[in-house]
Design a protein. Structure first.
Length: 191
């Protein structure tokens, strides 16, 4: 995702709003959403789903951090084939696979639809979304936020989604799920 929806070389949006998540962004949230202790008690591996996985940068960080089953859905056929994940429309009629954690960076224009779909499909899962901090604003989302409070983990530095400069927006992980809602904190990240 990019606040402007543009790459720094020009003013054109990337196809499907494809902006890969920097690894440090994913690494910063993992200590706050770790499903592994809960699933270890149940005697199984945690299942982590990224329904907007692109080329799987977030799932790659999870692979390097946890012993977990990694699941991905990607809209673009070529990216899905490259990443070795399921190809499809995560907002389409097909149900999502069961997961203990949803961790994703959705296209910002569809962010609320993805958040609502995750709540419908996996209400008992921890659901972490990398979004612009201003996702807290707007009349439409205000009604949603009142009914569905989340925890907000602010990134103290702006990510670059284009391997260049950053855009003019702050970002945070918004986390919904059991025992969540109404807390915020600033994440620790490497300088």
């Amino acid at each position: 995702m990019s606040a402007t929806g543009r790459n720094l070389a020009g003013n054109e949006r990337r196809a499907d709003d494809f902006y890969a998540t920097p690894a440090w962004c994913t690494a910063a949230i993992l200590p706050h959403v770790n499903p592994c202790p809960r699933t270890a008690i149940a005697g199984r591996l945690a299942r982590v789903l990224d329904p907007c996985c692109g080329v799987c940068p977030a799932l790659d960080v999870i692979r390097d951090t946890w012993d977990a089953v990694r699941l991905g859905i990607e809209l673009d056929e070529a990216r899905a084939a490259t990443a070795g994940v399921g190809q499809g429309d995560a907002l389409g009629p097909e149900p999502w696979p069961m997961a203990d954690l949803v961790l994703t960076n959705p296209p910002y224009g569809l962010a609320l639809e993805f958040v609502e779909r995750a709540a419908k499909e996996l209400p008992g899962a921890c659901r972490a979304f990398l979004l612009r901090l201003n996702f807290l604003g707007s009349q439409k989302r205000a009604v949603f936020h009142r009914a569905n409070p989340c925890d907000v983990y602010v990134l103290p530095k702006r990510p670059s989604f284009t391997n260049g400069g950053t855009d003019a927006t702050e970002y945070a992980w918004f986390v919904w799920g059991p025992g969540r809602g109404g807390r915020w904190q600033i994440l620790d990240v490497a300088a």
